[in-house]
Every structure is written in structure tokens, then in C-alpha cells.
Design a protein around this ligand. Structure first.
Ligand code: MEV
Length: 469
């Protein structure tokens, strides 16, 4: 048991007087010393209590905890975030229960709601349009442009061959280096050129593979220019600035859509809104996000609520997906909605085109036990299938948000979910939770209204008990 184990916890030698917030060698301290140091210098709390609190979130299984610790640096504990499921997702005819990791209370409920809505209307159709990824070698070349262009045309194949030792495995899996081009940026930054390389990484996200290839390209480029008779001594002094993949993958795109006859949409807002009215209003809401960047940002945030949650659940890099999605949203020079809508010939159509560079092998996908489980839940998809599932969840999320916004508003559903959190923060017991839930069915939820309700309830119970006693 944790408490017994730490009951006699003693102060570490030499650390008692350490009031400094600066520290050398923090990463080398054992986990408990790190916590102790933090408690003393930043939390000003009893280190044993802090240690106890952090340790409550440690994994019972030492090996499992070691694995989690290994994912990052300076790990003190784990930070639990809900892992939920949105069932009833029909995608290209197959039904999925989609795993989602997210802290925002209404997201999974909204995705489930949209999935169910479309389940009886044909479900989601999804298609991966392309899977190309990009890497860049940024370098400075101080010399004649024509010589460099000429050199590049001749050396291109050799450069590709030069990374074979890295690409053999990937080549066998159907991936590898697809192509490369030399881009002259000297009109914007003197002497700056870029080698832009295109990759196919099949089922892996491919970041390590791409970066290894790029660093090798950087070396080969320097060497080959140095050896080439095309250049004079000054021109041979190529300076590699950096070699790194680009998280912008506008050619790694998935298309997903839902559609049905307008009349099949049903009625909304307790029958007060017809299908036709809903379709028109929904269509307007999407168009507003196409023309106004303020609205587009929130609109796209709603899409990313669904996308990030599945990306996280499957052990993929949600920051990469986010960064890429927003650049893509601004690809024509203005930041716009990623989704689009059309109401034509009595048919409602809502779709999303989005780049999603994810993997189903490598990285955390098989190392993190729950990421592994998530992929298993989805039938161990390949990267393309996962792209489709993720994009559909984004579209579903967007549909659910706009459906609420254009009918009853977002707050009703949101605050109902939030009620649970407010009650928990006020230490409400099961009976109080149940009474609060029925009381607030038709009332506005706010921190003060819940507090007032609980105070009244608790006073009444106190007085009743007093009288009974
Ligand atoms: C909240 O997390 C997401 C929404 O704001 C999205 C939207 O406004 O479309 C509801």
C-alpha cells in the first residue's frame, strides 16, 4: 500500500536548504526526489502529501508505469483523461465504435448523436484522395543559379539512390521516396534554396523515416556539390540550415461526406423546425464559416474536437494534425471552414476534405496499451482506413455542433453535461446528483444556480434530520 510505504518518508540529504527554483540535473533525479523538490520549491506543500497525491495516479503495475515514463522526460505521474466510445458510426457500409480521448464533456455525446442520426440515413462515405508526405532540406548556396539547377537535374537519381540503405524496408512495403524538386527562394531570402522531397510512408506516420532520409540528403547534397566540377570553390561552400519533414501535407487528404433527401432530415426543435428550414439554416451556418475567419476558427475547432480525440486515442500526433488542418484551411489565402454544404435538387450534402497524416504502425500505436486497444476496436485498420474514420468523426462532430447551434443552441446540452462536473466540484453525493439532475431538466445551469440548489437541499435535509432527531 502506498501510504504504508511512504509513511516514514525522509527528507533527502542536501535538499533541505534548497530554496532555489533553478536546478541542474533535474532529469537525473529519481521520480520521488523530483516531486519532493517541486513540492518544496513551487507548491510550498508537504512533500509527503504531494508525493501521495501524485502516486495515486501511478500505474499499479511497475512495468506498465515504466513504459509510460519512457514516453516522455521528467515524468512525475500520469494525467488521466476520459477514454470514451462513440458507437453507431457507419462508414462506407461498416459499423464502427469509435474510441475518443477527450476532456470536453459534450464531445463524445455529440459525436454519438450525429453518428446515430446518419446511421439511418446511409451513414458516412469516405475516400482517401492522396497520401503523399513532404520533407525539406533548407540550405544556402552562394553562387550561380544555373549551375545549381543543372547539377540538381543530374544528381537527383544519385541522391535517391544514396538513401537506399534507409529506404529498403519502406520500399518493400510499397513506400519510399517518390520525387524531389529544387525550389529557389532567393527572391525572398538571399542564397536560400530548398530541396523539397515527397514521400510515401504507407501505414506509418513516417516522421522518423522522413527525417532520417532528409538528414542523409543534406549530407549527400553537401558532398556531391563539393565533389562536382560544375562549381567554383566559393560555390562549393553549401550551408545546410536544417532538414525536417513538413507537417503540411496538402496531398495527404481524405474526403468524407453525408447526404440525404432534405425531407429525410426529419423535423427539429420539437417539431417546430421543418427539414427544409433546417437544411437552409445549416447551409447558411456553413457558408458563414466559409466567409468569416472568426467563425471559421470556432467551426473548425468543432471539427478538431472529434478529430483530435480519435487521433489521441489511437496514439497519433494530434499537434501535427492540428497544425496541418489550419494551414489547409487557409490555403487560398483566407482562413475558412474546412467543411462545406450544399442543398440542391432537394438533396442535403455536407462534406469535409482534410489532410490527416496518421499511422497505424510504429510510434505509440503499438506501444501504448490503450492506443493498441483502440486500433483493435477499429478492426486494426491500415493508415488509409484510419484517416477515413478520423475524418468522419470530425464531420460528425461538426454536424452535431451546427445542428445544435442552428436549432436549440449549444448551451442547453453543454450545461447539462457540465452540471455533472459542477456537482462533482461541490462534492455532491449520489442522491444530490440525482435530485439536481431532475431539478435542472428545464432550468438554466450555472455554478451559482447549482450552489444555491445544493445549499437549499442540504439545509432542508439538515433541518429534517434535526426535527426527526
Ligand atoms: C465547442 O467545443 C465547439 C463549438 O463551438 C463548435 C462550433 O461552434 O461549431 C460548439
Amino acid at each position: 500500500m502506498f501510504c504504508a510505504e511512504f509513511a516514514g518518508y525522509t527528507i533527502f540529504e542536501g535538499m533541505e536548504e534548497n530554496e532555489e527554483k533553478e536546478i541542474a540535473g533535474f532529469s537525473k533525479l529519481p521520480k520521488r526526489d523530483k516531486i519532493y523538490w517541486l513540492a518544496k520549491n513551487f507548491l510550498y506543500a508537504n512533500p509527503v502529501e504531494v508525493l501521495k497525491e501524485f502516486a495515486e495516479y501511478w500505474h499499479d503495475n511497475i512495468e506498465a508505469q515504466k513504459l509510460l515514463d519512457g514516453f516522455s522526460e521528467n515524468t512525475l505521474t500520469n494525467f488521466p483523461v476520459p477514454f470514451g466510445i462513440a458507437p453507431n458510426f457507419k462508414i462506407n457500409g461498416t459499423i464502427y465504435a469509435v474510441p475518443m480521448v477527450i476532456e470536453e464533456s459534450s464531445v463524445v455525446a455529440a459525436a454519438s448523436n450525429a453518428a446515430k442520426f446518419w446511421l439511418s440515413r446511409g451513414g458516412f462515405k469516405a475516400e482517401v484522395l492522396s497520401t503523399k508526405k513532404v520533407g525539406q532540406v533548407h540550405f544556402m548556396y552562394r553562387g550561380r543559379r544555373e549551375q545549381l539547377l543543372h547539377f540538381f537535374e543530374e544528381a537527383k537519381e544519385e541522391l535517391k539512390q544514396g538513401v537506399k540503405k534507409i529506404t529498403t524496408n519502406m520500399d518493400q512495403r510499397g513506400g519510399g521516396v517518390l520525387d524531389m524538386e529544387l525550389i529557389d527562394f532567393t527572391d525572398q531570402e538571399p542564397d536560400y534554396y530548398q530541396l523539397r522531397v515527397y514521400f510515401e510512408t504507407v501505414d506509418s506516420m513516417g516522421a522518423n523515416f522522413i527525417n532520417s532520409c532528409l538528414e542523409e540528403f543534406g549530407k549527400l547534397l553537401t558532398q556531391k556539390i563539393h565533389q562536382s566540377a560544375l562549381f567554383n570553390d566559393k560555390e562549393k561552400e553549401v550551408e545546410i540550415i536544417m532538414c525536417i519533414l513538413s507537417n503540411y501535407t496538402p496531398e495527404c487528404v481524405v474526403h468524407t461526406e453525408v447526404s440525404c433527401k432534405v425531407k429525410e432530415l426529419g423535423t427539429f426543435d420539437n417539431g417546430q423546425m421543418t427539414a427544409q428550414e433546417f437544411a437552409q439554416k445549416f447551409h447558411r451556418a456553413v457558408n458563414i464559416a466559409r466567409i468569416d475567419s472568426y467563425r471559421a476558427t470556432t467551426h473548425n475547432k468543432g471539427i478538431m474536437n472529434g478529430i483530435d480525440a480519435v487521433v489521441l486515442a489511437t496514439g497519433n500526433d494530434f499537434r501535427a494534425i492540428e497544425a496541418c488542418a489550419h494551414t489547409f484551411a487557409a490555403r487560398d489565402g483566407m482562413y475558412r471552414s474546412l467543411s462545406q454544404c450544399e442543398v440542391k435538387d432537394e438533396v442535403f450534402r455536407f462534406w469535409l476534405d482534410i489532410p490527416i497524416a496518421v499511422g497505424t504502425v510504429g510510434g505509440l500505436t503499438s506501444l501504448h496499451p490503450l492506443a493498441k486497444r483502440s486500433l483493435e476496436l477499429l478492426g486494426n485498420p491500415n493508415a488509409k482506413k484510419l484517416m477515413e474514420i478520423i475524418a468522419c468523426t470530425g464531420l460528425a462532430q461538426n454536424f452535431a455542433a451546427l445542428k445544435s447551434l442552428t436549432t436549440v443552441g449549444i448551451q442547453a446540452g453543454h450545461m447539462k453535461m457540465h452540471l455533472t462536473n459542477i456537482l462533482a466540484s461541490m462534492q455532491a453525493n449520489d442522491e444530490e446528483v440525482s435530485k439536481a439532475q431532475s431539478f435542472f431538466t428545464d432550468k438554466v445551469v450555472s455554478v451559482s444556480s447549482v450552489r444555491e440548489f445544493l445549499e437549499k437541499l442540504r439545509n432542508t435535509s439538515f433541518n429534517t434530520n434535526l426535527n426527526a432527531g
